[in-house]
Design a protein around this ligand. Structure first.
Ligand code: SF4
Length: 355
């Protein structure tokens, strides 16, 4: 295992100084212009950091702008109801992030008098904030000398030291490298530069090494095989769950939806009742006497650890009451991407759902 002592043996103090200088020079010329860059409002920086977890910048920007228009302050977010928060997050994925933002905003109001904490110890008490997010927020908004280690940074650093194990197995070593490299006098720009390097030059499939400011220090490049790093853990087979969703329509042209439990995958989102395998027991429980009408196109969606295939089946049902909504009201509720794909089919003009 590559330990810090060996890293220090590779990079002298002069090397480290030159690496910082060359990265910052590259950033001054090539860094991206982003809405949250040089933003002094710690609340806004926090929102951007959370949205950027596992999501690309171009996807995040419109969500970020809509979010701040609706929740301009941490107090506004804390006072919102969760359903409004989830609706605004709809389509961005990893919904625990939205629930955590909401809960953390309430912590800021309840535990910190509405002032976002500006020290590591307290910021780490907020729901959904770990070490790299804390470093990202406080270096960006307050220029505090804190290192970061997000997905892009792990890739850059693993290549830089030609790490021989997958990053997940060497997090301490990668944190050591990030700490060593950090320009403590200019952590804001240094961390932003490191993220830009990973996002624009040191990309997953085609690292642009000829234009990289760290080319002459990069062990993976010097071995002539940058894309061999980071090392990957053996691929696990991702299972596929086959589900049937009941799209129940009643004779008032209403449709039945239900809310998922607040905790767990897609917590708090709405969906059509669905089940893996045989749906008869679910139908008998929710919609006794349901009449099968037709099936819609199968919907496919991939999550991190499994895939789903949903067969949406339309049933006619002679019921009404709680959970039954007009079709045009569906847009008021936050749904997962897979169920949004079902709704898209329901809204196709050729699908005549009237009786
Ligand atoms: S030289 Fe290539 S592999 Fe190394 S950090 Fe730069 S872009 Fe990445």
């Amino acid at each position: 295992m590559l330990r810090l002592s060996l890293i220090m043996a590779i990079w002298t103090v002069d090397n480290l100084t030159e690496m910082r200088r060359s990265l910052l020079q590259w950033y001054a010329q090539q860094g991206r212009t982003l809405p949250w860059r040089n933003e002094p409002d710690i609340y806004r920086v926090w929102i951007s950091e959370i949205m950027l977890q596992q999501t690309q910048v171009k996807t995040v920007i419109p969500y970020y702008e809509r979010w701040l228009a609706q929740f301009p302050t941490v107090a506004a977010l804390a006072a919102a109801d969760l359903q409004t928060v989830l609706k605004l997050w709809e389509g961005l994925g990893y919904y625990a992030r939205a629930r955590n933002l909401h809960q953390a905003a309430q912590q800021v109001v309840g535990d910190f008098g509405g002032q976002f904490p500006e020290d590591v110890e307290n910021i780490l008490r907020l729901k959904g904030i770990g070490r790299t997010t804390a470093g990202g927020i406080l270096s960006s908004a307050r220029n505090l000398p804190l290192a970061i280690l997000d997905g892009n940074v792990k890739r850059v650093l693993a290549r830089l030291i030609a790490l021989e194990v997958p990053p997940a197995k060497a997090l301490d070593e990668l944190w050591d490298v990030s700490e060593q490299l950090l320009d403590r006098d200019n952590s804001r720009d240094f961390n932003q530069a490191l993220m830009d390097l990973g996002a624009t030059l040191c990309t997953v499939k085609k690292p642009n090494c000829p234009h990289c400011p760290w080319q002459s220090y990069c062990a993976a490049y010097l071995k002539h095989r940058p894309t061999d790093f980071p090392r990957r853990a053996p691929k696990k087979q991702i299972p596929t769950k086959k589900l049937v969703a009941a799209i129940a329509l009643n004779f008032d042209q209403q449709i039945f939806i239900q809310q998922r439990p607040q905790d767990g995958l897609l917590g708090g989102l709405w969906e059509f009742p669905n089940q893996e395998g045989d749906i008869q027991a679910l139908l008998a429980y929710l919609f006794p006497g349901a009449q099968y009408e037709r099936s819609l196109n199968t919907v496919f969606h991939a999550y991190t650890h499994f895939k789903i295939e949903i067969e949406p089946r339309i049933y006619r049902v002679d019921l009404t009451g709680a959970g039954w909504v007009e079709q045009k009201q569906l847009s008021h509720y936050p749904f997962s991407k897979a169920h949004l794909k079902i709704i898209e089919q329901l809204q196709e003009p050729q699908l005549n759902l009237s009786l």
